[in-house]
Design a protein around this ligand. Structure first.
Ligand code: SAJ
Length: 424
């Protein structure tokens, strides 16, 4: 246990808030994790974690046992307030900042002079200065003198959140230099990488740009996959070769972009700057077209889908995760349902969803096609010989290039690849 550092309220115990609370609590802070969902509060108090991440279960147990972490539905007085609530998209594709505003309002009764207020939630540019600052000022506080307000985005990869919270560099945007310095000192408790200083608007924009960068690069790979299918080039081989160039790093194509970040954050930029964000908008359009593109491929392979069975391997938004948020495969399921297709799905990371089958041979019974949509480790080795016996047609469509064509052809399967030869 580190020395007693001070007190923190972390408001919103989701994918980012909970790991952040745990790291501060295990580095000497007295932390109150604040969560409005009663069921999550009860589970966490009992040591049950709702997030599937390495190290997190153990960290939860040890911090609860240390007495440095408590889970409550309301804030209390503290030195530091950190906001990690969701900022979803509305139906109209606009960033909804209302939970950030509510979180700020909820801590007003507990604020004291010299408190630090940090927003971590992904926000539209200007949120800290134009939405949050006025709320605090109306409550009578002088920003940068009484209350130190800043923005500090996370940049951690789901699946390795605890590790990346510690070892990724971090950006701090304070409303003035003194604030930035104070917030930097807070994160130095557990961040073992560089902490970079800037202003609030730049920090907010950094988060949006990082995810838009990846979205644009994935869109480029997806566009290449479509082009390659037209001209009979294997896009995976093409990308492998191009990436030998010292300044080229083409990303991977796939059935679409899921998750709560890359598929969402670009819209925060598009909404604010529609005329000047056309590349970012186009990348979204390309990536969002991929489930439909997969459907067309499936139709070319199987023909009319009504009454035919298709078996999907993987449902989550990415490999070895149990996260279904914005999963392009869930969108593909909906498209296949509209075609009247019979479905079966294998994904050991998911326990509740329609069409789930635990056993791949049962799932593939009388199936006309196996579609590999997610590169979970469990799909690396398929029991092809046995599958061939139970399927109606021995065919695999590989959207993540997890197999070598010759290993599949060996068992007299037809092998189709996203970004490979176009189906007849
Ligand atoms: N994907 C591709 N091709 C690729 C890479 C990814 O199709 O070459 C797809 C994945 O299959 C998945 C989606 O993109 O559906 C996103 O997956 P991801 O692993 O790239 O990223 P996330 O959404 O899990 O996490 C991202 C990360 N951002 C960047 O890498 C710029 C992470 O660092 C952020 O902290 C996180 O978003 C976030 O919270 O914003």
């Amino acid at each position: 246990m580190g020395k007693d550092q001070g007190t923190i309220n972390v408001i919103g115990l989701g994918y980012i808030g909970l790991p952040t609370a745990l790291l501060f609590a295990s580095h000497g802070y007295k932390v109150r994790g604040v969560e409005i969902k009663e069921a999550i509060v009860n589970d966490l108090r009992g040591g049950k974690v709702h997030i599937d991440e390495p190290e997190i279960g153990q960290l939860m147990k040890s911090t609860l046992a240390s007495g440095n972490l408590e889970i409550e539905k309301h804030c209390m007085q503290a030195d530091i307030f950190i906001i990690t609530v969701p900022t979803p998209l509305t139906r109209e594709g606009k960033g909804d900042m209302s939970q950030v505003i509510k979180a700020v309002q909820s801590m007003l009764p507990y604020l004291q002079k010299d408190n630090i207020v940090i927003i971590e939630s992904t926000c539209k540019v200007g949120t800290t200065e134009e939405l949050v600052r006025p709320i605090l000022e109306q409550a009578g506080w002088k920003i940068g003198e009484d209350i130190y307000l800043g923005y500090c985005p996370e940049r951690v990869l789901p699946g390795q959140i605890i590790k990346e919270l510690k070892y990724n560099s971090r950006i701090i945007g304070g409303t003035n230099e003194e604030t930035t310095k104070r917030i930097k000192a807070v994160y130095q408790a557990f961040v073992e990488a560089e902490i970079l200083e800037t202003d609030t608007r730049t920090a907010e924009m950094c988060k949006l740009v990082e995810n838009s960068f990846r979205d644009i690069n994935i869109a480029f790979a997806n566009e290449l996959a479509k082009c390659c299918e037209q001209v009979g080039i294997n896009v995976w081989e093409l990308i492998r070769l191009c990436n030998q160039h010292p300044r080229v790093n083409v990303h991977e194509p796939g059935p679409g972009v899921g998750g709560h970040c890359i598929a969402i954050d670009p819209y925060f930029l598009i909404e604010s700057l529609p005329e000047h964000s056309q590349l970012i908008r186009q990348a979204r359009t390309i990536n969002e077209s991929m489930p439909e593109y997969m459907l067309d491929k499936i139709k070319r392979i199987v023909g009319k889908l009504e009454g035919e069975k298709v078996t999907l391997l993987g449902l989550t938004y990415k490999a070895n995760s149990n996260d279904l948020r914005e999963s392009p495969i869930v969108k593909l399921v909906e498209l296949l349902e509209k075609e009247g297709c019979e479905l079966s799905i294998v994904d050991s990371h998911i326990h509740q969803f329609r069409y789930l089958e635990e056993d791949i041979l049962k799932a593939a019974q009388k199936s006309s096609l196996i579609v590999v949509g997610v590169n979970h480790d469990e799909f690396k080795e398929l029991p092809l010989q046995a599958l061939k016996c139970v399927m109606k047609y021995a065919r695999v469509l590989d959207a993540k290039h997890i197999y070598r064509e010759k290993d599949i052809l060996k068992w007299e399967f037809e092998y189709y690849l996203l970004g490979g030869k176009k189906e007849k």
